[in-house]
Design a protein around this ligand. Structure first.
Ligand code: ASP
Length: 305
């Protein structure tokens, strides 16, 4: 058994490891761990500790993918809900659909017994307004929120610290290879913006026969390149894990125009290998790893593309 998750996973990683050791279903175990990350206010990019959209409203995205069946459950731009990865899992288990967004996702949450959560931290609200205020003219400020938001988009493209996703991959010879993600997306994003974290093939993909991949940072790039699917498909076509990740990095590198930033790729194959590669993200990128030969999970450094 192998479990890989990015650095934000610290509040729940050990819980998932314990559940996996006890023989739990990997997706259920990952969703349990992610729920702890989502409830931890110190994680400033996921769930309760995340950042709101340009209107000061939290809209979270999440997904799960079962690599044995290629079933997917995803939710996007969900308001007032903390355990969004769990909600995505419910979509997979209970609906004939793959993805619900916005008010429809919230309605399904209520029908399924999820509480209505107050998701905006006081501190996030304060920082959100301080930053937005700097970008506005006195006229825009007086009219807010009844003012066009697109001219204020500078607030979302900077700084790096206002992004990240928690991405998890579990791989086991018997139980298969699976992926799960959760994020509040880009801070100060335009309302209704979906990132890659709920989009199968972009922010995550899993196929137990070959491997899985999940991405963090610039979803606007991985959605254009279908990064996670590219990696898994390349492995199906005979590429090694390293070559498959390199192909996906080359595809990202070849993008022209539009918003370009960095991406971190997390990937595993069906032979027990894993790779975490940083393509152009600032700062130190680390990730959590646990293999059943390890007494404790380890925090490791990603390699640079
Ligand atoms: N990939 C996420 C998104 O585009 C954000 C992140 O992981 O930094 O919403």
């Amino acid at each position: 058994m192998l479990l890989v998750a990015n650095a934000e996973a610290w509040p729940g990683f050990k819980t998932t490891v314990e559940q996996l050791k006890a023989g739990a279903d990997p997706l259920t175990a990952m969703v349990e761990g992610i729920s702890l990350v989502e409830r931890e206010p110190k994680v400033r990019s996921v769930g309760f500790g995340g950042w709101p959209n340009m209107l000061g409203v939290m809209e979270c995205d999440a997904a799960v993918m079962d690599g044995n069946t290629r079933e997917v459950g995803a939710v996007g731009a969900v308001p007032n809900t903390i355990p969004v990865a769990k909600l995505a899992h419910e979509v997979m288990k209970k609906l004939p659909h793959v993805m619900l967004t916005g008010e429809g996702a919230r309605r399904f949450a209520t029908e399924t017994g999820f509480s209505v959560d107050d998701v905006l931290l006081e501190d996030s609200k304060r920082v959100w307004w301080e930053r937005l205020e700097k970008e506005m003219t006195p006229e825009q400020k007086a009219a807010f929120p009844n003012t066009p938001l697109a001219p204020l988009l500078k607030t979302i493209t900077d700084p790096e610290r206002v992004r990240d996703t928690t991405v998890w991959l579990a791989a086991d010879r018997e139980r298969g290879i699976h992926a799960a993600t959760s994020t509040s997306g880009w801070a100060w994003k335009y309302p209704g913006r979906l990132g890659d974290s709920p989009i199968p093939g972009a922010g995550y993909y899993a196929d137990s026969r070959y491997g899985a991949a999940a991405c963090t940072h610039t979803g606007e790039m991985t959605m254009r390149s279908a990064t996670a699917r590219t990696i898994v498909l390349a492995m199906k076509l005979g590429y090694s894990l390293t070559d498959a990740v390199k192909l996906a990095v080359d595809e990202l590198d070849e993008l022209a125009g539009g918003f370009l930033g960095g991406v971190v790729i997390h990937a595993v194959d069906a032979h027990g290998n894993h790779q975490v590669t940083n393509f152009r993200c600032q700062g130190e990128i680390r990730y959590w790893l646990w293999e059943d030969s390890m007494p404790e999970p380890e925090l490791r450094d990603a390699t640079n593309a």
